[in-house]
Design a protein around this ligand. Sequence first.
Ligand code: GLN
Length: 507
Amino acid sequence: MTDLIRLSAAALADKLAAGEVSSVEATRAHLDRIADVDGDVHAFLHVSANALDVAADIDRRRAAGEALGVLAGVPLAIKDVLVTTDMPSTSGSKILEGYMSPFDATVVARSRAAGLVPLGKTNMDEFAMGSSTEHSAYGPTHNPWDFDRIPGGSGGGSAAAVAAFEAPLALGSDTGGSIRQPAHVTGTVGLKPTYGGVSRYGAIALASSLDQVGPVTRTVLDAGLLHDVIGGHDPHDSTSLAEAWPSFAEAAREGARGDVLKGLRLGVISELPDSGFQPGVSASFRSALAVMEAHGAEIVEISAPHFEYGVAAYYLVLPAEASSNLAKFDSVRFGLRVMPHANATVEDVMAATRDAGFGDEVKRRIILGTYALSAGYYDAYYGSAQKVRTLIQRDFDAAFTQVDVIATPSAPTTAFRLGEKIDDPLQMYLNDVTTIPANLAGVPGISIPSGLAEEDGLPVGIQFLAPAREDARLYRVGAALEAALVDSWGGPLLDRAPVLGAKGGVR
Ligand code: GLN
């Protein structure tokens, strides 16, 4: 069964369609893998009890000659920020422990309709606040490359599940980097779609103007296949874009076989501080650029003078929106209720519940956001942050008149050690310096593996950014570079993960 778990989703889908393997076999192989390794990895908060039944149903329908989706029968891990009717949805928080949603998130409903088999819900920083998954109320996830290191965050569970071959595909959410930064530190692929490209309905909101759901996978083609399933207009989400999207899987295939790097204008940001980047991250970035140049890309230095204010603006906009979104956890409508004493008023119950139910990072951001929104400070903080956001959008607009895509390292360092930054929120926040601008501007971004850092042998990702609505361009460029790099490595990067990835599989 080791072979089944190592297949890409595209390859597994082909075998399922050809009748060489059943969905029950594929699903069982992944459940076995979870049973073998998740005690060490802790990617999952909940493993589905009915995955095999769902898989058997797909097999029956296929045998009956029903026309099924391309990914029908392929297992899928789901970040616990996405609500599901048949499994608890906690968003990594105690306040939602055991919460069952009366409806499925649109992306989950679409995945089910396409015949994907939900394996379980993955671990995450509480309410998606964090870059390490250490803020989960249910304990951290461990990086499959080195169990003492963080898997990134907030979607560390989804990335670790995919990197540890516990699932071929996963869903994530990205508010400031939570798909791309975990992809970077685990040697996987993650894409944040254009804002409005994928429905947020049923994604437990962190910051509504920044949140996007997207795919976490081992290959660019797999990301495109999953994006094709979950994307497109949803009347339940008022910010959902109405347009028809091209096939992202097709774009990835085009990139892998075509000559898309020839003549590509690739922007590199001149202001990106070299100093904040780990040497191995910078070196991997530069060598990926050299590969692209060798394939005909033209490197163009561009200026994005306001990028450096992105983190500061984000940590006003995000807490402001989060403080408002999290007000609904009031002990009345959802989840936990703590009675502090027999004569407690509703305010006492609310306060005791929120005190017991929210972790430190969530409280920190609620306090920050409430302050930033308060009368007298609103213009100075929230208003200024929104102006900076506009300036960052203009930086992107100007840059995209000169280049087709922008490239940056996906994050400043490789996976740091568990515990290393947990007591230093600012250091934790600075992890997202290169991913946050895309959320502030609403443009799409992808992270794909660019190699290993020389000093620690850990994975590094390269990020590409494209204009809004040009997600297909990221699939083309990402798949083209992926093909060139995998070729030069003589196989996928994950084959070199010492702990769980090494061929032969389980430790
Ligand atoms: N690490 C960032 C934060 O803590 C991004 C989180 C996310 O994208 N959900 O807010």
